[in-house]
Design a protein around this ligand. Structure first.
Ligand SMILES: Cc1cc2nc3c(=O)[nH]c(=O)nc-3n(C[C@H](O)[C@H](O)[C@H](O)COP(=O)(O)O)c2cc1C
Length: 360
């Protein structure tokens, strides 16, 4: 059979309908994100301060997803060390997340370029700031957005894909409070680049839901906090598995909106609001190094505990490989339940050969 002579279907407008015009109908088109990153499953492990070092990134990439090292909580030379260890631990592509709000930004970028990291996810800032420089250096660039306006800006800046991150998500968040269910289709319709959904995804059903909404894949954060390889403190991981529905809330909008577990520190912030605290007083209440204290050092009372709403559905700590495989297996089960062929949404990109792999 000459597969090139089989009939083709035209490229569709969104997500699972979209396939390159040359793809025969009996073969699912490779998922655009799998092709873009050179990975097996369109599942990105989110960059997360204090939680996503080389161990987690390497485990996720080795399992077929895309692991990200979170640069936000790392001194520049610590970031270099994590990149080198990640390269030594996996021959699969991985990336680095650079939030645009930290003082070490220029040094982080310099290290990512020197260490030849192929994929960079930027977040929390203007996508035009770094994208042209990273693209000129031949990197694949993705920017995290929480609104259609910023998705368009990111596309204009030249990114290869956007992460559409809804209000449910853990960590810093958009002021617009747009939920994943609303944001993903809006962003899908507004941009032509691949869309990665984030916020509220911790099992295969939610992966499928996002792809039906038009996403090409997902970025998963909170679920990977509770992985064996995450660098979160064991007490924080354990606390996440006990969060109940309603146990997180977005706060500190006047500084940088962030979704937190409702612990004693969170109550202090609420008390400050109740007495009409302004920005300066809120800054004082927040103080310094709260996130490290909570998530990395395990101070569950006085630390800042960033986690998503979906923590209410996370009940255990698992190896990252099992999380990735679980997401994929549950995705196919959920697709089959509604009569969809999951492979048409998640067809892996075929690895062309060793030259595509990162040098050790
Ligand atoms: C503990 C924690 C730390 C985070 N730190 C970052 C970060 O450094 N940079 C970033 O772009 N997003 C950060 N985020 C957001 C994630 O990258 C991701 O988009 C989000 O967790 C997805 O929502 P989910 O938690 O519902 O899966 C963080 C999230 C969590 C839970």
């Amino acid at each position: 059979m000459d597969i090139n002579k089989l009939p083709t279907i035209p490229a569709g407008p969104v997500g699972y309908l979209r396939r390159p015009a040359h793809t025969p109908v009996d073969q699912p088109a490779p998922n655009p994100l799998c092709t873009l990153f050179g990975i097996r499953y369109p599942i990105v492990q989110a960059g997360m301060i204090w939680c996503s070092g080389w161990r987690l990134a390497a485990a996720v990439s080795s399992a077929g997803g895309l692991g990200l090292i979170g640069a936000g909580s790392m001194y520049p030379e610590v970031l270099r060390e994590h990149i080198r260890k990640c390269k030594a631990a996996t021959d699969r592509p991985f990336g680095v997340n650079i939030p645009l709000l930290y003082a070490d930004l220029d040094k982080h970028v310099g290290i990512v370029l020197e260490e030849e990291v192929p994929i960079v996810f930027t977040s929390a800032g203007n996508p035009a700031l770094l994208t042209p420089r990273l693209k000129a250096a031949g990197r694949t660039v993705v920017h995290v957005v929480s609104s259609v306006k910023f998705a368009r800006k990111a596309q204009e800046a030249g990114v290869d894909a956007v992460v559409a991150e809804g209000f449910e998500a853990g960590g810093h968040n958009g002021r617009e409070e747009t939920t994943t269910l609303v944001l993903v289709p809006l962003v899908r319709d507004a941009v032509q680049v691949p869309v990665i959904a984030a916020g509220g995804i911790a099992d295969g059903r939610t992966v499928l839901a996002c792809m039906v909404l038009g996403a090409d894949g997902v970025q998963v954060g909170s679920r990977f906090v509770c992985s064996a390889e995450s660098s979160a403190h064991p007490a924080f991981k354990e606390a996440v598995t006990r969060v109940e529905e309603g146990g997180t809330m977005l706060t500190l909008k006047e500084l940088a909106p962030v979704r937190l577990m409702r612990n004693a520190f969170f109550q202090e912030v609420q008390a400050a609001y109740a007495r009409g605290a302004g920005v300066d007083e809120l800054k004082q209440v927040l103080g310094r190094a709260r996130a490290k204290r909570g998530m990395f050092e395990g101070d569950l009372d006085q630390g800042e505990l960033e986690i998503g709403q979906v923590s209410a559905a996370i009940r255990n700590v698992l190896p990252a490989e099992r999380i990735v495989q679980g997401l994929v297996d549950e995705f196919h089960t959920a697709a089959a339940r509604i009569g969809l062929n999951g492979r048409s949404l998640m067809a892996p990109w075929q690895h062309p050969g060793p030259d595509q792999r990162l040098p050790k």
